[in-house]
Ligand binder design. Sequence first.
Ligand SMILES: NC(=O)c1ccc[n+]([C@@H]2O[C@H](COP(=O)([O-])OP(=O)(O)OC[C@H]3O[C@@H](n4cnc5c(N)ncnc54)[C@H](O)[C@@H]3O)[C@@H](O)[C@H]2O)c1
Length: 249
Amino acid sequence: MSGIVAGKLAFVTGAGSGIGRAVCQKLAKEGATVVAADLNAKRASETVALLEGSDHLSLAVDVVSPNSINEAFVSVLQHYPKPPTLVVNSAGITRDNYFLKLSETDYDQVLDVNLKGTFLVTQIAVKAMINAEVSNGGSVVNLASIVGKLGNLGQSNYCASKAGVEGFTRGACIDLAKFGVRINAVLPGFIRTQMTDIVPEHIKTILIAKTAAGRMGTPDEIAEVVAFLCSNKSSFVNGASIDVTGGFF
Ligand SMILES: NC(=O)c1ccc[n+]([C@@H]2O[C@H](COP(=O)([O-])OP(=O)(O)OC[C@H]3O[C@@H](n4cnc5c(N)ncnc54)[C@H](O)[C@@H]3O)[C@@H](O)[C@H]2O)c1
């Protein structure tokens, strides 16, 4: 199969919905074999049913649990001869509330899934690559958010987690370069997915007004950039944060 990631094995979290699902579809279209991982196993298997090509795998994974991620990698290595060299961290949650009403639980959960989950998956995946001596040419792509840079009403926990993902990406880039692994962050703007379906209409109107393109983005428009960062076409892009917002100010 031809394509910019032909012959590669990809591990995608948050693969059951939105951006993660679109990334799985794009990577498969570009020739990769995809492991679609999500907390929701049924949605992950529905994603695999949508993919071009064969031998894709769906797995139930909780990115806040090292045990769950390690078990997933055991399953992956039972299924494929080598571990994945492409990793996309798209699992994410929101627990929005005005700052003075934000509970410690909602703060911790968002930081755990969005930031710690990204760290745990990346570390376990890169260790597997290094152990199997396939790390050279590896690529990790983390879904951060433009609001980590700009802030957003009622999202101080989410903004902190996504700013953290950018910092994590820049720090890890320096450590991972010697193994031939690149790591970058994509910062989506306001994208039409299950995550944003729950945003009240009047807030949607405000967010679209802040977008120069005058509309929400689609998951496919994010997946295009993620696929580029996974591929060798971006071989000198490392530790970067790339806005994909339609111009969000
Ligand atoms: N939609 C947007 O406008 C937007 C904007 C900026 C950034 N992002 C980021 O992009 C990523 C994807 O967002 P989306 O809009 O596709 O969201 P989504 O809600 O459609 O999908 C997120 C997926 O993550 C999974 N997930 C949640 N917790 C998990 C866990 N602990 N372990 C494994 N999987 C888990 C969910 O089951 C879901 O399938 C997220 O990190 C999000 O923060 C989205």
